[in-house]
Design a protein around this ligand. Sequence first.
Ligand SMILES: NC(=O)C[C@H](N)C(=O)O
Length: 333
Amino acid sequence: MKNILLIATGGTIACSSSDEGLTPSANVNELLSYIPHIKEKCKLSGISIMNIDSTNMNPELMMNIAKAIKEYRDNYDGFVVAHGTDTMGYTAAALVYMLKNFNKPVVITGSQLPMEAEYTDAKKNLSDAIIYACEGRAGVYVAFDGCIINGAHARKVKTRSYDAFESVNYPVVAHIKHSRITHNEAVQGDYNKSDNSGIEPELCSDVMLIKLFPGIDNKIFEFIKGHYKGVVIESFGIGGIPNIDNNIVEEIHKLIEAGVAVVVTTQCNYEGVDLDIYEVGKKLAKENVIIAADMTTEAVVMKLMWALAHFGKNAVTDIKKYIETPVFCDRSY
Ligand SMILES: NC(=O)C[C@H](N)C(=O)O
């Protein structure tokens, strides 16, 4: 029987109703008490390392999740993280980078309704996550509504429905129905075997994320130059960046000259950026602009945080190389 550790962090899955609204309160053993049948599938232990609504998640706390996995890495065959759904896509992506050289499964899950609610999705999601962790397929995944999603591609797309998560720009890795897994073998072969050389739980949070909109004021870029080591810019469409009245292309030149790591992604959900299509983009691509390709914004923000923690400011060439190289199939080009 596989030995699995459940790491509880809070989220709706652990919430109870109170006069102030839903608050995370159930501890890890209470969560497990709702799925007694799972004991037939594996040996389970649980720890609570925080009990927060995931709107309060931050890089420091994400690092604590990675550190807990590092601490228990040799004692278990797989790990399940119970987490709020609102920032789950960010934490999943952060774990992909912090754990990229870890060769055991880490499955993150949560729910739209609390475990104690009558029509909760929590029991299924938690059971599915544990069942997938028992499979022994290394990597970081999100288990939600019967889907197993690559941790670098999970995005919350619905605020209320059970099918809240989508696998953006990558196929669903497996489906789980009535505890039975159907693997999508077409994608399994893509994963490189990690060398288990170590968990690197460091992130640098000196990062800004900007979504362009018609009329955006350039002054924000001057502020970014003085305060951040990296910025992710959600451009228009396949990579459109204003260069006439509101010359943001010029601002990007200045940021790069100042040693800030500038990543260009898109505000479209699907298919990614390609700066080679339009003239403005082509010019930018020749500089040290980092191209996010079809990574999700969640993944690119966390990859930048990981890269900045390891390569530092003024190491933009190394950061560019790292971000533009696929890790756990986070980008397809
Ligand atoms: N469904 C949820 O888990 C939402 C909650 N606000 C959280 O992210 O912690």
